[in-house]
Each structure stands twice: as C-alpha cells, then as structure tokens.
Design a protein around this ligand. Structure first.
Ligand code: GN1
Ligand code: MG
Length: 374
C-alpha cells in the first residue's frame, strides 16, 4: 500500500520517465476498472490542458505484463497504419501509448510497479453505465470495427496473456474448485446460486465447445467489450475507438459480441445491480447493439459465427457471473470491490440476466438474423 504522498511521487516519476511536457497541474484516480489502477494526469502546455492516462498494471492478474504491452503496441500500430492508409488522421481513432527515452512502452518503479502511459483522446467521453440507445449502437459498431481492423492481423504473433481466458469449461472447473476449497467460508451463503449456475453449464459452454469442434474459428478479439471500454466524441457522440486492450487475444466473435451484451443490453447496466427483479435483457438495447455490431462484421464472418452471437451473450453473461462467484468464494482476490459483498451482488445480477437470456434466446437470434439479412 502506498499513501497519498508516495502515490503522487510515483505518478510524477512516471510522468518524468515518459517525458510528459508542460507544467504539471494535478491528477485524479479513475475507479471504473476492476483490475488495473488508473489515473488521469493533467498538464498545462501551449495554453491548454493536456491529459494523460497513467496505469499501474495489475501483475497478479497479468503475470507477464511485458507481453501485454507487446500485444498492445503491435495491435495499435497495426490499426494506426490501416486507418492512415485510407487517408484519414488516426489521431483520435486509436490509442497512442507513450515511450520512455529508451523506447519502451512501460517503466518499472523500485517497488516493482509496472506502469504505462497513453495520451487521452481530446474531446472524448467514456460513459460507465449507459442506457442511451445511440451510444449502445455506436459501441456495437466500435467493437465490430475493431474486429474488422484486425481481421488480417497475424494471429500467431499475439501472446496469450491470460491462458484459457474465455474457456467457459475451465471457468466452471475453477468454480467447483473454489466451492470445494471454500477458502473464505462463504459456501453456505451461495448454495442456491451455485446450483442455478450449474444448471446453465451445458448451454453456457456451447460456443467454446463449437470452437473446439472446429465449427467456430479463432480471430483476434478484444475480450473485454464493456461499453465503458469505448470512447465517444463528446460532441457528435459517435464512436472514436475502443480502449483497454489488455486482453486482446485469439477468441470468438461470439465472445466479443456476448460480453458486450451482458452490460450494454441489460435493463440495468450496473454489474452489481442489487434490484435483481428488474434484471432482464432490454430488447431495444439488444437490437441497438446488434444493429451496430452486425453492420460492421456482416459479410466478413461465417454463417456459423453469425448464428453463434446470441449464444455468446448467454455464455459470456454466465461466465462472468461464475468468475465473480468464484472470486467471492476465494475471498475477493481478483476483482476490485468497493463494498464487502460486491462480488456476490455481481454474481446474482449476472445469474438473473443469464436466466432471462435462456427464455429470450429465440428472440435474440431473430434480431441477429434480421440485421445479418439486411
Ligand atoms: C475485468 O479491468 P476491467 O474492469 O476492464 C476483467 C474482465 C471482466 C470485467 C468485468 C483481465 O475487466 O474479464 O469481464 O472485469 N478483466 C480481466 O467487468 O480479468
Ligand atoms: Mg479490461
């Protein structure tokens, strides 16, 4: 743990190492992510405020953060070159990470902290929980577009930064292990919840099994497609780019689509919504996201992939729910929490949403079909 003064000193040191120019003003912590520690730092230069995003990467989660930065720098350069080749400036449409004097995309502090820095995109916003249909559709376009930018990226170049990340079968195994170990002594509280999640196992693991059978191909995917991981233009509200590229790895289109739906298309976008009675799929939001996403990927993905999208929503909602439940059983070691039972609240919310997806599967599939046929 570092206190406020040490924190400020560390931040100033990181800024110095990344050669941030101008006059330092202040910094603030951004609390929306569950894994890394994120700050926004403000400098004054050429008569205006310039902001930078500094992050201390969580090395409990990302055991080899060097490979994370290799993936990110390679993928962002690839997208930048692609955008530039169309004659447009890529400045606002892809992240730009800073380098140190020695050309590195990271710096290590004496306490072992692994830090990186990127320029904040001017005039951008990233709403954490949105109900806005226009933004939801735009986020669908942003993630679909991301896939398309990387459709011909040499997938074998990517490092697997977290092995078996969206392996839903292993996620269930981890849940069983956590339940049998009962490290935090909380098993008795979650017996019913566990049982309900086990009932979803067969359906939730289907996309993963289809990949193993060779029906669904691996592509370069983002793997963390929350709406809060999209930047929008503050004025036009159109998408600018997707952010949080830590988990860019080989994956299924259905995972990127589905992981987005679990947040973007729920009646409440809050991951820990306590009022579970109101948790259902909001079909208007589902349609908005699908319209955006399918518009981008249509023609480039196979029929089997298109048919798997709605299934992906159920798979990713369930998978994320069991990850929260596993962490609750383990004693909250993985996801950052802001109050004691937050992982439990997250797990309950995701279960109710996943159960509703089972009921609405045919309707969700029909919407995907409608936009893929257009
Ligand atoms: C984590 O750090 P953040 O909030 O972007 C997690 C995702 C989960 C997400 C749930 C590396 O992402 O997989 O879907 O929380 N990232 C990692 O909100 O585990
Ligand atoms: Mg993330």
């Amino acid at each position: 743990m570092v206190d406020k003064e040490q924190e400020q000193q560390q931040i100033l040191e990181v800024c110095r190492r990344f050669n941030l120019q101008g006059e330092y003003r202040y910094y603030e912590q951004i609390n929306s992510g569950h894994i890394n520690t994120t700050y926004c730092v403000y400098y004054f230069r050429d008569g205006e405020i310039k902001d930078y995003i500094l992050q201390r990467v969580n090395t409990y989660v990302f055991k080899d953060p060097y490979t994370v930065m290799e993936n990110i720098s390679s993928v962002t350069e690839y997208i930048r070159a692609k955008i530039k080749s169309t004659g447009i400036s890529a400045k606002r449409f892809v992240l730009h990470y800073s380098t140190t004097d020695t050309g590195l995309y990271y710096t290590l502090l004496p306490d072992g902290g692994f830090w990186r820095c990127c320029r904040y995109i001017d005039g951008s916003i990233s709403p954490v929980d949105t109900d806005d249909l226009f933004l939801i559709e735009q986020s669908g376009r942003a993630f679909g577009e991301f896939q398309m930018y990387l459709a011909d990226y040499p997938i074998e170049k990517l490092h697997i930064v977290i092995p078996h990340f969206h392996n839903t079968i292993r996620r269930y195994d981890a849940l069983r292990t956590a339940a049998s170990e009962n490290a935090a002594g909380r098993l008795h509280e979650v017996k019913d919840l566990l049982q309900s999640y086990y009932e979803l196992e067969e359906k939730a693991t289907e996309p993963y099994r289809l990949q193993k059978q060779g029906v669904l191909p691996l592509r370069v995917t983002h793997n963390d497609t929350k709406t809060s991981n999209v930047l929008f233009d503050a004025k036009t509200r159109e998408r600018l780019t997707v952010i949080d590229l830590d988990t860019v790895m080989p994956g299924l289109v259905a995972f990127d689509f589905g992981d987005a739906i679990r947040v973007a298309a729920a009646t409440s976008p809050k991951e820990d919504e306590a009022d579970v009675a109101k948790m259902t799929v909001d079909m208007e939001k589902f349609e908005a996201f699908t319209r955006g996403f399918v518009h981008e990927v249509k023609g480039a993905i196979s029929q089997a992939e298109m048919d798997s999208l709605a299934m992906g929503a159920l798979a990713m909602t369930t998978e994320c729910g069991i990850r929260f439940l596993t962490d609750y059983l383990d004693g909250d070691k993985y996801f950052r929490i802001h109050y004691p039972d937050q992982n439990l609240a997250r797990a309950k919310r995701h279960l109710v949403l996943a159960q509703d997806m089972v009921k609405r599967m045919d309707d969700m599939k029909a919407i995907v079909k409608k936009y893929s046929a257009e």
